[in-house]
Design a protein around this ligand. Structure first.
Ligand code: PLP
Length: 341
């Protein structure tokens, strides 16, 4: 089976399993787990922040950040295609009692300074005030777009001029850094916090990290407890996470495989796929007369899995567990499905 559904489907390597078994552990609620402490320190360093917090999932990391940055009743600015808004079960109002104000950021994926200023709401007797700007890099729903540091910096500067803090949903921000050849600490230079996933392209079985200032992480630690995400001998899962941090540079292989995949899809009559920035390929199947659902269902019959992402769009992801040969084999099978349609 060739699984392009997501870069979350990878199985932990033997090294990661060994690391889990051999991990030094303690009770992390007492900050006694040396492996978690090491992971948090290394992740903070990599992301260019004073401190970091290990969390069970990217969703929890984002929602902890939102809750920690905002006050009840405020507004949050984000793109209408943002993961925090679209794919986290309405967590913004449910968990933080914050109202999202959505912007159409288009291909740019992050708001222009003008959009930030226009979306900003000043607190008064009738208006709640803007408490946070959320950015996303790479931008998942817009096709794994790697947003350049300059665009992140500009949006963050506009927010800071209005005294609004900035959180970066960087589930795949290391993919962006590798694709753009930008140092991760530089990418986050002007944001106040970043969340990134160890469990996606980096290949850990579980876990994400939220990084920020010491003061922010201290408060976020309480929010994590509130959300039920404080864990005990979490070194068992943090140890593979430490191993995952060694996989940053190899994300370039996933990007090369995604480029091959997109080029091959373009060569199939009826399909078109824009050149991907990173490891996410969006393919349009309208000219083949197949909806996204039809294409993905037919390919699943041939043991090639991926998701429909819109009426005539599917999303394919490359990752540690698909190599160049799988891409070629996957393309052959997709081609035969389209030819028979
Ligand atoms: C995957 C993803 C998340 C959530 O991560 P989980 O670990 O699946 O909860 C958040 N933001 C973006 C952009 C993502 O792609």
């Amino acid at each position: 089976m060739i699984d392009f559904r997501s870069d979350t489907v990878t199985r932990p390597s033997d090294e990661m399993r060994d690391a889990a078994r051999d991990a030094a552990v303690g009770d992390d609620v007492y900050a006694d787990d040396p492996t978690v402490n090491e992971l948090e320190a290394r992740a903070a360093d990599l992301a260019g922040f004073e401190d970091a917090l290990y969390v069970p999932s990217g969703t929890m990391g984002n929602q902890i950040a939102i809750r920690t940055h905002t006050d009840r009743g405020q507004e949050l600015l984000c793109d209408e295609q943002a993961h925090v808004y679209k794919w986290e079960l309405g967590g913004i109002p449910q968990l933080s009692q914050v109202q999202p104000r959505i912007l159409d950021c288009g291909d740019r994926c992050v708001p222009t300074p003008e959009q930030v200023r226009e979306g900003y709401v000043e607190e008064d007797l009738h208006r709640p005030g803007t408490g946070l700007l959320c950015l996303e890099n790479t931008h998942n729903s817009r096709g794994g777009v790697a947003v350049p540091k300059a665009d992140i910096d500009e949006a963050a500067a506009a927010a800071h001029e209005l005294d609004v803090p900035v959180h970066l949903d960087g589930a795949r921000f290391l993919n962006a850094c590798v694709a753009l050849d930008t140092d991760p600490a530089a990418m986050t230079e002007h944001v106040d916090s970043v969340m990134f996933c160890l469990s996606k392209g980096l290949g850990a079985p579980v876990g994400s990290v939220l990084a920020g200032s010491e003061e922010f992480i201290e408060r976020a630690r309480r929010t994590r407890k509130l959300f039920g995400g404080a864990m005990r001998q979490a070194g068992m899962i943090a140890a593979p996470g430490l191993r995952a941090l060694e996989n940053v540079d190899r994300l370039a292989e996933d990007h090369a495989n995604a480029a091959r995949l997109a080029a091959g899809l373009n060569d199939i009559e009826g399909l078109s796929a824009p050149e991907p920035d990173t490891n996410i390929v969006m393919v349009d199947s309208e000219a083949a007369g197949l909806t996204g659902e039809e294409l993905s269902a037919a390919c699943k019959e041939r043991d090639v899995k991926f998701h429909a992402f819109g009426e005539y769009t599917c999303r394919l992801c490359t990752h540690l567990d698909v190599d160049e040969g799988d891409v070629a084999e996957g393309l052959d099978r997709i081609e035969s499905v389209v030819a028979e349609a």
